[in-house]
Design a protein around this ligand. Structure first.
Ligand code: SF4
Length: 315
């Protein structure tokens, strides 16, 4: 439960850690806060230092993405009134998020308790009827804004998010029709879009003339439906979107690279399933951890691309 403030704040700043769900919701969050006159403060791009700072506060067994996230949170401590850490549990029945996203807010408040930093959250739990809009309404009102103001800010932010998503989908269309070697990258957006861990993969593929297609850049509703072709029982929302993206794009690419952050529970199961089911297309399982060096990753990518080109008679 979020405590309600008795009056509307002036000059409020909210810190947004640029890890995990930021890569899914950056447009929505930024537009929403700006729509209320709140200034977002960003943690900045991931770096070796951010990862090390996060790894220093997280338990060893946590996945690489969560360690990076904690580094981003740490970078915002003392730089804003609140740090925004949403809680996203489910989008409905059989539409779960990784448990990490249920615990993140409480975890951050506890890990950084001694700093005196205040945190802000919203709580989405579709299975219990708590929609995204309801979650934003509670968040905005807890800061002292009227229901009307929050509704207006949310509606405008949602529109902005949908416009940005349509553009992203449109930008991928010509890549699917491109000639040459095309590889489908399947991974969580916060892995693939992270400037320190995921972006170097896309950059390297581009440097060796490979077109990288993203499985997560897909019509999400359609992907959820298509996902049952590969797994009728997977309950993780993002994994289902990726399964659907693979089902939709697999015939248009020469190979698939599964990119995951060690040790990811959902990916460990889903990628094992994919390795068994996708026998008719070259597949590389790339698991990234804090020690993954660029040279080792590039060597594996290059060998994989060589195998594909050899198969196509293009080498
Ligand atoms: S889905 Fe995997 S990578 Fe993402 S937060 Fe959960 S364990 Fe980490």
């Amino acid at each position: 439960m979020i405590l309600m403030r008795d009056r509307r704040p002036e000059g409020l700043t909210v810190g947004i850690p640029q890890g995990l769900l930021y890569h899914r919701y950056s447009v929505l969050w930024s537009a929403f806060f700006k729509g209320l006159g709140i200034t977002p403060v960003y943690s900045g791009p991931t770096s070796r230092k951010v990862l090390e700072e996060g790894a220093g506060v997280e338990v060893d067994e946590t996945c690489l993405s969560a360690k990076i996230y904690m580094g981003h949170v740490k970078a915002l401590i003392g730089r804003c009134d609140y740090i925004f850490v949403p809680r996203v549990d489910t989008f409905g029945h059989f539409r779960d998020m990784c448990v990490r996203f249920q615990a993140l807010y409480d975890q951050c408040r506890n890990l950084f308790r001694s700093t005196g930093q205040k945190f802000l959250t919203y709580n989405v739990d579709g299975e219990f009827g708590i929609t995204e809009e309801m979650a934003f309404l509670e968040l905005g009102q807890s800061l002292g804004f009227s229901k009307g103001e929050v509704k207006k800010a949310y509606a405008a932010a949602k529109k902005e998010e949908q416009r940005a998503w349509r553009e992203k989908l449109k930008a991928q269309e010509p890549l699917l029709k491109a000639g040459g070697t095309k590889i489908l990258l399947s991974g969580h957006s916060y892995v693939l879009d992270d400037p320190y861990v995921g972006k170097p993969i896309t950059d390297f593929l581009r440097s060796i003339d490979v077109t990288a297609i993203r499985a997560d850049v897909v019509n999400r509703e359609l992907a959820l439906k298509k996902s049952v072709e590969l797994s009728p029982t997977c309950k993780w929302e993002v994994s289902r979107e990726l399964l659907g993206g693979i089902a939709l794009y697999r015939d248009q690419v020469d190979g698939i690279i599964l990119v995951s952050a060690f040790p990811c529970g959902p990916d460990a199961m889903v990628n094992e399933l994919l390795t068994r089911k996708l026998k008719d297309i070259p597949l590389l399982n790339l698991v990234l951890d804090a020690q993954s060096g660029a040279a080792g990753v590039e060597t594996r990518l290059e060998s994989f691309v060589d195998i594909i080109r050899l198969k196509k008679g293009a080498l």
